[in-house]
Design a protein around this ligand. Structure first.
Ligand SMILES: Nc1ncnc2c1ncn2[C@@H]1O[C@H](COP(=O)(O)OP(=O)(O)OP(=O)(O)O)[C@@H](O)[C@H]1O
Length: 636
């Protein structure tokens, strides 16, 4: 993607508004005692800082001309002692600072992660993990910088500038006025640079996030496998090189712009210094004031300029850090598209009756749920729809509409109505892309219907508390996801306090216990990311054991399509039968045995329930079901 488009979008000035600032400061509030401690140390160090030039003046104007040895010893000791004290205090200040900084990182990270936990599946399918990682890592650190460095820096320098300015005025007001003649130039220069640096910083963050996202995509096990299978090593290296080059170029641009800024400020300071020493020297020659005064004045001026320099840089740094805060807030503020009801119904026991009442659903939702960056990059990573490869059957009940029409219409489900009695087994069949998975996703509220309602035991799903809903419904998806951890931990994910006996019982029922006990570490065997060290059939059985431990009243199951050897197949069939017993089960069926056992078969085509009934009833219709049965199920 060209940088041009990117720059245009970030050209608008990020506004450091008062509400935003208040919100940022809110994150500093829990650390106000630490900040107060820091303020105290800053005042103390500033005081000490101001003493040294006075000692210099005394040495030059009084002690040395008067040959006062005793005073000389005392003043020299003071010149040693004061910086030592100052160093001690600054170590203390750093410690306080680190506490605040790390504390803010912690708070932001937890807030961000908690915010992400509330997000729906829609959000995660639309977002790149790398993007989120970047916000959890880089932006969080960038944001704390605003508080623990920039904010503290501004206060330190402000105090120093004010104190030193007052001292200088009391010393010699004319010279003081000359020394601040360059102030307006300082302000103009820093304003100009602030804008530039802020834009570069924003671009840098985006570029980093893009690079992270890309790395994440190709380095996770699925991506790595794809790269290897398609021999795309070089393509990926080139892709990364381009992104890394962008990051590097922006880094150079930032440091170049930053140093240019420092040089300009340095030059302006030199103008001030030259003026003050020139005029000050003249006054000394005229006998208006002493050499000691001008030396001390020079030191104070050094302090003033460095404080002003830091202050002029501070808005740049602050605005840069604010960008990080904004990126963090952007996620924290995302609206939740699967909201909890105001007074949610908590259900602990249910019969398991499910009613779909004229449900229509489409995946695309309002833009606000998707990160702005996702929208920005969306075009290049748009979801590619997968459509049925099954030739359209010639049955009456099948519409003439092509998959392309279906896509254009955008509804993944249309006017779906059905009724599942408690304990029934419902089989969903239909061509690929018909909407079976989508339908099952609506039951545990991974998505909400766009129109129509779904009832569980007479309660609208939207009124049931999300926690109780997830306790009542167990879902086994086609692809079993296992954490990179032991089998035990993966199983316990379903029930944290499960005893060994319970784990074993579930695994026995799922026909996987014997296999696990034969592993080198038994239940403590670590499974790789996504459980790659286990075979497909083994993973499925572990997934079944996991759902058994959860013991949900309603089971949603996507039968694996991958063909397994007959022994493995038999083991899974048996396990599934036990898992489904005494529960309401909705199964995306790929096996004849399942559809034969079903109390009700729903035939889905292009988002609609086109046929409904038992196997025998449907066969008499001679429609899509008959076609599917003849072409797919009969053979299995
Ligand atoms: N996250 C998504 N965003 C947009 N469209 C989607 C999304 N997921 C699925 N779709 C589309 O919705 C339609 C239904 O998909 P679904 O996965 O429900 O089909 P399916 O019947 O389960 O297919 P299969 O048997 O191949 O798994 C398809 O056209 C698909 O491309």
């Amino acid at each position: 993607m060209g940088l041009g488009r990117f720059t245009r979008e970030t050209d608008e000035k990020p506004k450091v508004t008062w509400p935003l600032l208040k919100r940022v400061l809110g994150y500093a509030r829990p650390y106000s005692w630490y900040l107060a401690g820091m303020l105290f140390v800053i005042l103390a160090t500033t005081g000490i800082y101001m003493l040294s030039p006075l000692i210099l003046r005394d040495l030059i104007d009084r002690t040395i001309p008067n040959r006062d040895i005793q005073r000389l010893i005392w003043l020299s000791l003071a010149l040693l002692f004061l910086p030592a004290l100052q160093s001690g205090l600054s170590v203390f200040q750093r410690r306080l600072n680190a506490r605040v900084g790390e504390g803010v990182i912690y708070d932001l990270r937890v807030a961000l992660f908690s915010g992400l936990q509330r997000m729906s599946l829609r959000f995660f399918t639309n977002t790149k993990v790398g993007e989120l990682m970047s916000r959890l890592n880089n932006d969080v650190v960038g944001a704390q910088n605003a508080i623990s460095n920039t904010f503290v820096g501004i206060i330190t320098n402000l105090i120093q500038a004010v104190v030193v300015f007052i001292i200088m005025l009391t010393f010699e007001w004319r010279l003081t006025l000359i020394s601040i003649i360059i102030m307006p130039l300082f302000i103009v220069a820093s304003n100009k640079m602030a804008d530039r640096l802020r834009n570069i910083a924003h671009q840098q963050m985006e570029a980093n996030a893009q690079m992270n996202a890309m790395m994440n995509e190709t380095l996770n096990i699925g991506g790595a496998l794809l790269v290897k299978l398609f021999g795309r090593r070089q393509t990926e290296i080139d892709r990364l090189s381009r992104k890394a080059k962008n990051v590097a170029d922006l880094g150079v641009k930032r440091s170049y712009t930053g140093s240019m800024f420092i040089s300009i400020i340095g030059l302006l300071s030199a103008v001030g210094t030259a003026l003050v020493y020139g005029l000050g020297g003249y006054f000394v020659i005229q006998g208006t004031f002493t050499v000691g005064t001008i030396v001390a004045f020079g030191s104070y001026m050094g302090i003033l300029y460095s404080a002003l320099q830091n202050l002029s840089n501070a808005p740049v740094e602050f605005a840069t850090s604010i960008v990080s805060f904004e990126r963090v807030f952007e996620i924290i503020d995302l609206p939740v598209d699967i909201p909890e009801a105001k007074n949610p119904v908590v259900l602990s026991r249910i019969d398991g009756e499910i009613i779909f009442d004229d449900v229509t659903f489409k995946y695309e939702a309002g833009d606000e749920y998707v990160l702005s960056d996702v929208r920005r990059y969306g075009s290049m990573d748009a979801v590619t729809a997968v459509f049925s490869e099954t030739p359209p059957p010639t049955g009456e009940s099948v519409s003439e509409e092509t998959p392309a029409h279906h896509q254009a219409r955008g509804n993944a489900l249309e006017h779906v109505s059905f009724h599942v009695k408690p304990g029934q087994l419902v089989a969903l069949v239909g061509p690929s892309g018909a909407g079976k998975t989508t339908l099952t996703y609506l039951i545990p509220r991974l998505y909400d219907p766009t129109e129509g309602r779904i009832f569980l035991d007479g309660y609208n799903l939207r009124d049931i508390s999300l926690d109780s809903l997830s306790n009542l419904i167990g879902m086994v998806t086609q692809e079993t996801y296992l954490f990179h951890d032991s089998i035990r931990t993966n199983l316990e994910y379903a029930r944290m306090n499960a005893s060994q006996a319970e784990l074993e019982a579930a695994c026995r029922t799922a026909n996987i216990h014997d296999f696990i006990t034969n592993l080198p570490d038994g239940y403590n065997t670590i499974v790789g990311e996504r459980g790659y060290r286990l075979s497909g059939g083994e993973k499925q059985r572990i997934a079944l054991a996991r759902v058994l431990l959860k013991d949900p009243r309603i089971l949603v199951l996507d039968e694996a399509t991958s063909s397994l050897d007959s022994e493995s197949e038999a083991l899974i069939q048996e396990a599934m039968k036990t898992v489904m017993a005494r529960r309401t089960s909705i199964v995306i069926a790929h096996r004849l045995s399942t559809i034969l056992a079903a109390d009700q078969i729903l035939v889905i085509d292009r988002g609609q329930v086109v046929e409904k009934g038992t196997h025998e009833e449907l066969l008499t219709l001679n429609g899509l079901y008959t076609h599917l049965y003849n072409t797919q199920f009969k053979k299995v």
